[in-house]
Design a protein around this ligand. Structure first.
Ligand code: ADP
Ligand code: ZN
Length: 643
């Protein structure tokens, strides 16, 4: 055993020392290392600094609130470890993992905009490893590794294609009898993609039915969508439903440090596939090989381009209707080489989006099948709470709930565990409750201030709950049930959001007086300023008019504000922007203070209750509030009169 490990380490070092000697760029050493450690997973190696993770949407929220201090990007910017801290997070830095979805190419610009320190890495430790080896171990390891490389390689662990002498063999995991365990009815919420695939299954089962009428079944199907939406699941399901062999490989596994190896692997993969036709070849993260040619720098590029060319050749080479169907998956279709998308290659694209509300409910239903849920659990309600969640996030949520139930020694998963799991995933892990101090009372007023403004404004999301239980080291939290479609926000929705965000500080001010207001609102204020500014410069929602005054992507103010009326207009426009921003914020602040003053009695009452029970949920809050004030019916469409 030990011998094996030592040998593997030495071989890995030899490869790395090859890198250090300048064979190729560091981009590739991730995959190189990974190849030598191959396991059964297809995902690229991620640094394991942190076990907590959050969605990309959540990350953007944090970013806008100014909580993100540093971002370290990995895997060609597909993963990140972020450092977050703020007074609301208790000022202790937290390290959180984020998966970056497709179409997030503006991220870098955003990071600059918010002045966030960021850096890109090959893998987390690779620099350290490379340095150490470079200094001490290069000569020894290189020679020792090479000797071992050419010794009998069959003893090496890893099975097919994993030994050094199998460099040109495809690393695909192959299942002759597709016991992937996944059927179509295990997949929910992505019905369009599913029906597209049901047709493929019927072709694989009865090809004659199609060929007799001259129909061509696509050779390649590209699944496009964010991580965790079920792309792998779909590919597994077609193989299983059609009962054909299944080849599963990740694009990054083709990209190696030695020129020509990737191409050889592609050749090998397609050879095996033809021998086993009809079959499904699934290439996950196809962007790792399929990136636009000539787009990168460094020696690793030649290797990738060769690999891509080989893939193109192979896809041209095998005949239609032979029964080899290549399914590629990516979340970065924007960076794919256009040659890949031409007819005869990946000529069919199926988009797999994040599920909508009903989709989420359906996915939750699938994953609840084998879990003992108590009757008080409403999956619909859970679906309402979780916009932006992928199928994988939802599966994770129910799993977390099951773990909690086990921990609490319950035989059924109750509403309590499900809610706790959702809270954990959305907001972080709960901390111990606070001492009954003046601070706690102030936080209670601050949160109730948010909740009450959000509730009386028709254009604001409903309150989900208010809590003084610290979570993810935020001291108090007001949760709102987010609207399904956050893409288009109306002017009154934006104003309502600003007023509600200012509601916390407004309550502090009204109740405790100006000298007592705290720093706790600093992030609220930052958020408010950002929103107001965007209303003026991007959304054309101020007196300046419907004019884009800054670049959507870079945030740069256009000279002359796009109005170009001579050189001195440029100075003027900056003042006008500031003026309009101030007007919006002042207006909203007045509104917030007004709402707090109007509702002072019930605010006191709710704060007392909150101090006592720590958490008040939405319906109870509305009921308390409703006895003192008339609440708008937010379900009914209305014409905005906010001005
Ligand atoms: P992708 O390949 O798109 O990154 P996967 O197919 O690997 O995502 O999904 C990961 C896991 O998330 C699946 O094993 C499954 O448990 C769950 N999941 C994702 N999407 C769905 C879905 N549409 N229906 C049911 N489960 C899903
Ligand atoms: Zn606040």
């Amino acid at each position: 055993m030990w011998k094996n490990i030592v040998r593997n380490v030495l071989i890995a070092l030899a490869i790395l020392s090859g890198l250090a000697l300048g064979f190729t760029n560091t981009d590739v050493d991730v995959d190189g290392l990974k190849f030598w450690q191959t396991s059964s997973t297809t995902s690229t190696t991620m640094p394991k600094v942190t076990t907590s993770s959050m969605t990309y949407g959540r990350f953007l929220d944090y970013l806008e609130m100014g909580w993100i201090k540093r971002v370290d990007l990995y895997d060609n910017s597909r993963n990140a470890i972020v450092e977050a801290s703020s007074p609301e997070l208790g000022n202790r830095p937290q390290y959180i993992r984020v998966e970056i979805p497709a179409g997030a190419s503006q991220l870098i610009i955003k990071l600059k905009e918010y002045n966030v320190d960021f850096d890109a890495h090959a893998t987390e430790n690779s620099n350290f490893i490379a340095d150490t080896i470079g200094n001490i171990l290069v000569p020894v390891a290189f020679i020792a590794g090479l000797i071992l490389l050419f010794q009998n390689s069959e003893n090496l662990p890893g099975g097919m294609g994993q030994g050094p002498m199998n460099l040109g063999k495809s690393p695909a995991r192959f299942q002759r009898r597709p016991d992937t365990g996944v059927m179509f009815n295990d997949i929910a919420g992505i019905d369009e993609a599913k029906s597209e695939f049901e047709e493929i299954v019927s072709f694989l089962k009865q090809p004659d039915k199609y060929t007799v009428v001259g129909a061509k079944i696509p050779k390649g199907i590209l699944l496009v969508g964010p991580p965790g939406t079920g792309k792998t699941l779909l590919a597994k399901a077609i193989a299983n439903e059609a009962d054909v062999p299944f080849f599963n490989v990740a694009g990054s596994e083709f990209v190696e440090m030695f020129i020509g190896i990737g191409a050889a692997r592609v050749r090998d993969l397609f050879k095996k596939a033809s021998e086993n036709a009809p079959c499904i070849v699934f290439i996950d993260e196809i962007d790792a090989v399929g990136r636009e040619r000539g787009a990168g720098v460094g020696g690793g590029n030649d290797e990738r381009e060769q690999t891509l060319n080989q893939l193109l050749t192979e896809m041209d080479g095998f005949k239609e209707n032979k029964g080899v169907i290549v399914v590629g998956a990516t979340n970065r279709v924007d960076i794919l080489d256009s040659a890949l998308l031409r007819p005869g290659r990946f000529d069919r694209q199926v988009t797999v989006n994040l599920p909508d509300r009903l989709g989420r409910a359906a996915i939750l239903n699938v994953h609840a099948r084998n879990k003992p849920l108590s009757e008080d659990v409403s999956l619909i309600q859970l679906a309402n709470r979780t916009p932006g969640f992928s199928g994988a996030d939802l599966a994770n949520l129910l799993n977390e709930a099951a773990i909690l139930a086990t921990r609490y020694k319950k035989s059924l998963i109750t509403r309590n565990e499900v809610n706790e799991a959702a809270d954990r995933i959305i907001g972080g892990i709960a901390g111990a409750s606070m001492e009954d101090t003046k601070n706690k009372r102030l936080i209670a007023y601050h949160e109730v201030g948010h909740a009450i403004t959000g509730s009386v404004l028709r254009s604001h999301d409903e309150v989900e709950k208010i809590t003084l239980t610290p979570r993810g080291s935020a001291k108090g939290l007001t949760w709102f049930t987010p609207e399904e479609d956050q893409n288009l926000l109306s002017r009154s929705e934006l104003l309502a959001r600003i007023i509600t965000t200012l509601g916390g500080r407004a309550a502090e001010q009204v109740v405790f007086g100006n000298p007592e207001i705290t720093t706790g609102a600093s992030n609220d204020l930052q958020q408010v300023t950002n929103l107001a500014r965007q209303m003026v410069t991007r959304f054309g929602m101020s007196n300046i008019g419907p004019i884009a005054l800054e670049d959507e992507n870079t945030g740069q103010v256009f000279l002359g504000g796009g109005l170009s009326k001579g050189p001195d207009f440029a100075d003027n426009i900056a003042d006008r922007i500031d003026n309009e921003v101030r007007k919006i914020v002042t207006y909203c602040e007045q509104k917030a203070v007004e709402i707090v003053l109007d509702n002072r009695v019930v605010i006191d009452l709710i704060v007392e209750k909150l101090m006592d029970v720590e958490t008040i949920d939405g319906p109870e809050f509305r009921q308390l509030l409703g006895t003192y004030t008339v609440l708008p019916n937010k379900k009914v469409p209305y014409v905005s009169k906010l001005d």
